[in-house]
Design a protein around this ligand. Structure first.
Ligand SMILES: *Cc1c(COP(=O)(O)O)cnc(C)c1O
Length: 408
């Protein structure tokens, strides 16, 4: 199926000679996928426990997505935002209902998580206040505005100066948040669970406190659910666990069933702070991506995947903990977003060892392995993985010569 050298080494060579070196060279070329399994150019199959980084909620080639996309591209593929279309309207209405803002919410569709956060940042600027308070280690994307919100200095520093006014405070620390927010604060920007920081779950009540702190200062609460939204944590949106409603919600990864689709949702006053001409995108909310998203939402509902993901995610955490492996320091999970924290910086070694045994994982931190599997993962597949994980961890530990850095 590949056009060049039909093996992984050949693909790696071509990658190095044609793709900009912003990522590490991928170890394999994937050619097809079905459900939670993918196959590489050499015919090896893998259980995909990363799901395209929390994107493939329904796995690969789900018939509902395949059908929706095929029918839509054969009917109306792209129209620009000068014209409306049914998939976009239905998707906006559907999202607002799921969010719990059917009457006072409005959606801006875009193509990625970064773009959704750029729109949110622009809404914050429209308050007329200069400041934004975000969280240390938080991740909001790689475009300049999203990067300014991101609390990871190594990602920011090569690109300074960034848009100004953003202050970062320790995540999960209500007192620090309270101390930083004042009448100059336009918005508080948080992930409900920090994804790229290594699946960091804040103390219970943190989002409720953030909501109160924002209200007292007259600031917006912007929740970045690019990674946690669309069922990932066992709820449609992670904010629903604490019963709060943000002013702005950003979505992307799981939304489009593998197609590029992001959304910035404004609720209440924030729904009307960007005026005609103040923001736009050519591709955002195109009919094909919206049709895919509707298929995702319908399928999550009809296959009861929120409950399935919440239950299986919890089981996975328990099963991995029960391994009692000496390399495992802690297992953290929110639904199907799980991190295995290691005692040593061996995440890359663990991930490569697991890959050779047929499992795709991600070294989210040098000492933490991330699982963000499709919500359609089957219990037997999860059990098979955990059965092999013990050996994978032991092998990684044996191979280690004192630590290795992660690549992402
Ligand atoms: C992935 C991610 C982003 C960036 O999304 P892109 O589609 O890569 O631009 C933003 N915020 C969070 C929380 C993410 O996990």
């Amino acid at each position: 199926m590949s056009s060049g050298g039909n093996d992984n080494a050949g693909a790696a060579q071509r990658w190095r000679e044609s793709i900009m070196q912003t990522y590490g060279t991928p170890p394999v070329e994937l050619v097809s996928g079905s459900g939670c399994e993918v196959t590489d150019v050499e015919g090896h199959t893998y259980l995909d426990l990363l799901g395209g980084i929390a994107v493939n909620v329904l796995g690969h080639a789900h018939p509902a997505v395949t059908r929706a996309v095929s029918e839509q591209i054969a009917t109306l593929g792209h129209v620009s935002n000068f014209y409306s279309h049914e998939p976009e309207l239905r998707l906006a209405e559907r999202l607002l209902t799921l969010i719990g803002a059917p009457d006072n919410g409005r959606v801006f569709f875009c193509n990625s998580g970064s773009e959704a956060n750029e729109a949110a940042f622009k809404i914050a600027r429209r308050t007329g206040r200069p400041g934004v308070v975000a969280a240390s280690e938080g991740f909001h994307g790689r475009t300049m505005g999203a990067l300014a919100l991101t609390g990871q200095p190594t990602k920011r520093e090569p690109f300074e100066p960034l848009p100004s006014g953003v202050e970062h405070v320790p995540f999960g620390d209500t007192a620090a948040l309270e101390a930083a927010v004042n009448e100059e604060t336009a918005a508080i920007v948080l992930e409900p669970v920090q994804g790229e920081a290594g699946i960091v779950i804040p103390p219970e009540g943190y989002l409720r406190s953030a909501r109160e702190i924002a209200d007292r200062a007259g600031a917006l609460l912007i929740l970045d659910e690019v990674q946690t939204g669309i069922g990932r944590t066992g709820h449609w949106f992670a904010f629903q666990r604490e019963g709060v409603l943000p002013d702005v919600l950003t979505l992307a990864k799981g939304l489009g069933g593998g197609l590029p689709l992001g959304a910035c949702v404004g609720i209440g006053e924030a729904a009307a702070m960007l005026n005609p001409g103040q923001h736009a995108t050519t591709f955002g909310g195109n009919p094909v991506c919206c049709a895919a998203a509707l298929a995702v939402l319908d399928t999550i509902e009809s296959e009861q995947l929120l409950r399935h993901g919440a239950g299986l995610g919890e089981e996975l955490v328990t099963m991995i903990e029960r391994l009692g492996h000496p390399l495992v320091a802690e297992v953290r999970g929110a639904g199907m977003l799980i991190a295995v924290e290691l005692n040593e910086k061996l995440a890359s070694v663990v991930v490569e060892t697991a890959r050779q045994r047929g499992y795709l994982l991600n070294p989210v931190r040098p000492d933490a392995v991330r699982l963000a599997p499709p919500l359609v993962l089957e219990r037997q597949q999860a059990q098979r993985f955990v059965r092999d994980l013990g050996e994978v961890l032991s092998e990684a530990l044996a191979m280690s010569t004192g630590g290795e850095e992660g690549t992402r």
